[in-house]
Design a protein around this ligand. Structure first.
Ligand code: ASP
Length: 447
């Protein structure tokens, strides 16, 4: 059995949904179909999830949300009309959205989760009807019915083993199951969403639960590329990549697949086949536990907008508990740390600019007063370039080649971090230099 997941661009309008139905109908093994909410038709369009967030925020503020709500309903209606479906499905979707908007007993977070989840939930109901309209036997299954119960620990969503067991028996059917991505339920029956782009995670969880032969993830590109096509024109594709490499690259900026989708698939040993809805019979990247490519570097990713907080304190290396106290400040302020390069008397804390937001001043003040540092510097607008490849492990000279490729472009390296597994090297440069740094590394290692 195959589990396949279709992203927002594959469901943006009736034309795209028709391609999805064709792909599902072509292979009887495609028994479970996970769907995102309809995405953008073009660059000027707005994703349904973003419209739902807008609607929810306006409702909370007591502002007029009718324009956003109408846009959402119009998008679903266009798809339904393209398949000649009657008005009942649109009436049901409108009623569902209004019910969610009127819910009284939810916290702000629960209300927002319920609204965001409406995008995929109604998408799954609609796609099930589209599949039936072309003569396939399909049914919508809700995450609650299937037993996708989630727990939230330290701000991140976890899937307990009991959910996998429940879903294994619930997801047996003669019909094709159409399942909404992006959300599950708390033990108390409240909607809990995954992070943005989280339908990829749902697909991986379902594939692991049913022990699928493959998890097919349909998107709008033929391959995962060695470097972003936005930075380098026609970059070399990646034909096969390991789970670990993909996790590093996804986390570091490759937006094609959510990094949290890798772990459930890896744990269950299920390969992920990334395919293009618009070109389903060609191309594709396989993500699995096997390393087939011989290249030293598998891919280069880049994420912008980090902040480095660097502090100096004489004899820091002798002060037992210094790092603990520093970590405690970030923990107490609820800010996640990305990297922590150290030397004898100095340490830098690298965090995402969006995660620290308005807390920067407070954190800097606390470090200065509670840790009594001699000097403190804040470096904004840092980009982290991740050079990833399992074949780097134990190779001599990779870092030297990276540094010379970068210095040949007269780019200053602010920081260097190497993962303990030696599968990745991360270099920090200024945001403005990051594209040239990526191009130089691509030329040096991949071209
Ligand atoms: N619709 C959600 C988002 O836009 C989840 C997904 O598409 O995977 O983030």
């Amino acid at each position: 059995m195959k589990v396949c997941k279709f992203g927002g661009s594959s469901l943006a309008d009736a034309n795209q949904v028709r391609k999805v139905c064709g792909i599902v109908g072509k292979d009887r093994e495609r028994k479970i179909v996970v769907v995102s909410a309809p995405g953008k038709i073009n660059d000027d369009d707005i994703k349904i999830t973003d419209l739902l967030i807008d609607c929810a925020e306006k409702k909370k503020k007591g502002a007029d949300f009718s324009e956003a709500l109408n846009k959402i309903i119009r998008k679903y209606r266009n798809i339904a009309e393209g398949f000649g479906l009657g008005n009942e499905i649109i009436e049901a979707i409108a009623a569902d959205l209004n019910k969610r908007l009127d819910a009284q007993d939810l916290s702000d977070e629960e209300f927002m989760d319920s609204m965001k989840a409406a995008g995929e939930d109604n998408s799954a109901k609609l796609v099930a009807q589209c599949l039936c309209s072309i003569g396939l036997k399909a049914k919508y299954v809700s995450p609650k019915e299937a037993g996708l119960i989630l727990s939230v620990e330290n701000g991140s969503v976890k899937v307990p083993e009991s959910s996998y067991r429940a879903m294994k028996s619930a997801l047996r059917a003669d019909e094709i199951i159409v399942f909404p991505g992006f959300f599950g339920f708390s033990p108390k029956g409240r909607v809990v969403t995954f992070p943005r782009g989280g339908s990829d995670i749902t697909g991986a969880i379902l594939a692991a639960a049913v022990g699928a032969e493959v998890y097919e993830n349909f998107t709008d590109v033929d391959y995962i590329y060695t470097v972003s096509p936005r930075t380098v024109k026609n970059p070399k594709p990646i034909y096969s990549i390991t789970y670990n490499e993909m996790r590093e690259l996804s986390y570091s900026g490759f937006s094609v697949l959510h990094d949290e989708a890798l772990l459930p698939a890896e744990k269950a040993g299920i390969p992920i086949h990334l395919l293009n809805t618009n070109n389903p019979d060609h191309g594709g990247t396989i993500i699995s536990g096997e390393k087939n490519q011989s290249d030293v570097i598998t891919g280069i990713a880049c994420n912008k907008d980090f902040i480095g907080i660097t502090m100096y304190k004489r004899l820091m290396n002798k002060e037992i508990g210094f790092l603990k106290k520093l970590m405690d400040i970030f923990y107490e302020e609820g800010v996640s740390i990305e990297h922590l390069p150290t030397s004898i008397d100095s340490v830098s804390v690298i965090v995402k600019q969006e995660n620290i937001g308005g807390k920067l001043e407070k954190i800097v003040g606390r470090i200065e007063s509670e840790l009594e540092v001699d000097e403190l510097m804040v470096d904004k607008n840092i980009a982290l370039v991740a050079i990833v490849g399992e074949n780097m492990n134990n190779r001599i000279g990779i870092l030297a080649r990276i540094c010379s490729a970068i210095s040949d472009q007269y780019i200053n390296i602010i920081v260097v971090c190497q993962g303990a597994s030696q599968n990745n090297i991360i270099i920090g440069v200024k945001n403005n230099d990051s594209e040239n740094a990526v191009k130089a590394l691509y030329k040096a290692f991949i071209l």
